[in-house]
Design a protein around this ligand. Structure first.
Ligand code: FES
Ligand SMILES: [Fe+2]
Length: 383
C-alpha cells in the first residue's frame, strides 16, 4: 500500500473518535486516490446492500434491467412467479452477456451461440453441445445474488454473509412508515454518468444547506437551506430535516395541510423535508408531495452513474393531470440533477490544488460527518 493511502486511512479512522463538533473535511486526496478507490470498492461496495432501482420499473414477469456492480454484470428480472431475482449476466458457455440495457423478455437468449435461460436463471437450451463430456445442463444456471426490496427500492448485494437489509433498516422503516413510499409512483426517470468521485455526489446529496447555493432558484425559495438541521445517525442510515415554507409551497401547488391530512402525516412532518441517506449510496429527500431520490453507482475513481427519479404519493397525483405532471416532474428532476451534477464536477476539478485547507463540517451538514464515521467503520471491519 502506498504511504499516502495509509495516511488517508488513518485520517478516515479518526472520525470514529472525533466529536461531530470537531468535524473537518477529509483531505482532498480521498477523492483522487486510485488506491483508496479500490479499497472502497473492496471494503464497502462488495459488502453492502446497493440500491439499483425501483420495483415499479419491473412490474410484469419478464421485465428486466441490467447493472454493473464492481466486476459483476447483473440482470435484475421479475420471474413468472413474480419474484424479483438478481442473476449473473454472464453466459455459462463462453462468457457473453445474456441481456443488455432493459426491457421485457420471455427468456434470455445469449447472442453468441444462442444458449437460452429461463427467467429464474435455469438453462433452457444449449444447441449443438453433444460431444462434450463436461457439459451438464443442470450446472449451467445463471447464479443468483441476494436481492431485497425496501420502501419500493431494489437492493442487491454481492456478499452472502451480511445481515438482511430489512433487518438493518428497521429504525428507518419505522421513521418512513407514514409515507408508504413503496406505493409512490415515479413519474420521471434519470440515468446519467456524472463527472466526479462517487463520495462527492453522496455528500452533496446528504446536504441541504447547499440549497442556498446550487439550487438558489429551484429548491431554496420553498426550502431554505439555512433552515436545515441534522436529525439522527444510525449504523446504516442517517437523516436531516429542512423546513418547508407552506405559503411558497402553496404557490407551487403543494397544499401541505391537505396533503398532510390525506396522508395522515405526523404534525412535525407536514411542513418539513426529511432527507434520508442509506449508506453507502441511496439518497431520498421526502416531502409531502415528492421524493427526488438518487442512487450513486461508482463507475471509476472520477465518474459515477446516477440513477434517479421523481416519485410522488397518490394523494398528490390524485389532484393533478398526470400526463402534464410527468412532463413537469421530468423537467424539474433534470434541472435539479443538472445543478447537482455541475456542483460535483466543479468540486472534482479543483481537488488537485495544493492550497486546499481541510474545511469545517457545520452542524447543518452533519450527515457528511456521520458518513465518514461510517466509512471508518467499514474500513476497520474484519470482512
Ligand atoms: S457464449 Fe453464450 S452461447 Fe456461447
Ligand atoms: Fe442538491
Amino acid at each position: 500500500m502506498l504511504e499516502e493511502t495509509a495516511g488517508l486511512l488513518q485520517e478516515i479512522a479518526s472520525y470514529r473518535d472525533r466529536a461531530p463538533e470537531d468535524g473537518r473535511m477529509p483531505p482532498p486526496q480521498v477523492y483522487l486516490s486510485e488506491e483508496l478507490y479500490e479499497i472502497e470498492m473492496d471494503r464497502v461496495f462488495r459488502h453492502e446492500w446497493i440500491c439499483v432501482g425501483r420495483e415499479e420499473q419491473l412490474p410484469e414477469p419478464g421485465d428486466f434491467l441490467t447493472i454493473q456492480l464492481l466486476e459483476e454484470p447483473i440482470v435484475v428480472v421479475r420471474g413468472r412467479d413474480r419474484e424479483l431475482r438478481a442473476l449473473s449476466n454472464v453466459c455459462r458457455h463462453r462468457y457473453m452477456k445474456v441481456a443488455e440495457d432493459s426491457g421485457n423478455a420471455r427468456f434470455f437468449l445469449c447472442p453468441y451461440h444462442k444458449w437460452s435461460y429461463n427467467l429464474d436463471g435455469k438453462l433452457r437450451s444449449a444447441p449443438g453441445m453433444e460431444g462434450n463430456r463436461t457439459f451438464d445442463p443442470d450446472h449451467c444456471a445463471l447464479p443468483a445474488f441476494r436481492l431485497e426490496t425496501w420502501q419500493g427500492f431494489i437492493f442487491v448485494t454481492l456478499d452472502d454473509a451480511i445481515s438482511p437489509l430489512n433487518e438493518r433498516l428497521r429504525s428507518a422503516t419505522e421513521r418512513c412508515a407514514e409515507y408508504d413510499l413503496a406505493a409512490w409512483k415515479t413519474t420521471a426517470w434519470y440515468d446519467e454518468v456524472w463527472n466526479g468521485n462517487w463520495k462527492l455526489s453522496c455528500e452533496n446529496g446528504m446536504d441541504s444547506y447547499h440549497h442556498m447555493g446550487l439550487h438558489e432558484t429551484t429548491a431554496e425559495p420553498c426550502m431554505p437551506g439555512l433552515g436545515t438541521y441534522f436529525a439522527e445517525a444510525h449504523d446504516h442510515w442517517n437523516y436531516h430535516r429542512t423546513p418547508i415554507l407552506p405559503d411558497r409551497a402553496l404557490e407551487l401547488g403543494y397544499d401541505l395541510k391537505r396533503l398532510g391530512d390525506k396522508m395522515g402525516l405526523r404534525e412535525e412532518d407536514r411542513a418539513c423535508m426529511n432527507a434520508v441517506f442509506v449508506y453507502p449510496n441511496l439518497i431520498f429527500p421526502i416531502t409531502p408531495w415528492s421524493s427526488t431520490w438518487l442512487s450513486v453507482l461508482p463507475v471509476d475513481r472520477s465518474h459515477s452513474r446516477i440513477i434517479s427519479g421523481w416519485s410522488a404519493p397518490q394523494a398528490y397525483l390524485d389532484d393533478v393531470d398526470e400526463d402534464a405532471f410527468r412532463v413537469e416532474s421530468s423537467e424539474g428532476l433534470d434541472q435539479l440533477n443538472a445543478e447537482d451534477a455541475q456542483g460535483t464536477w466543479r468540486l472534482q476539478s479543483v481537488l488537485g490544488s495544493r492550497q486546499i485547507e481541510r474545511g469545517p463540517i457545520g452542524a447543518k451538514e452533519r450527515a457528511v460527518f456521520h458518513f465518514w464515521r461510517y466509512m471508518a467503520g467499514m474500513f476497520s471491519a474484519t470482512t
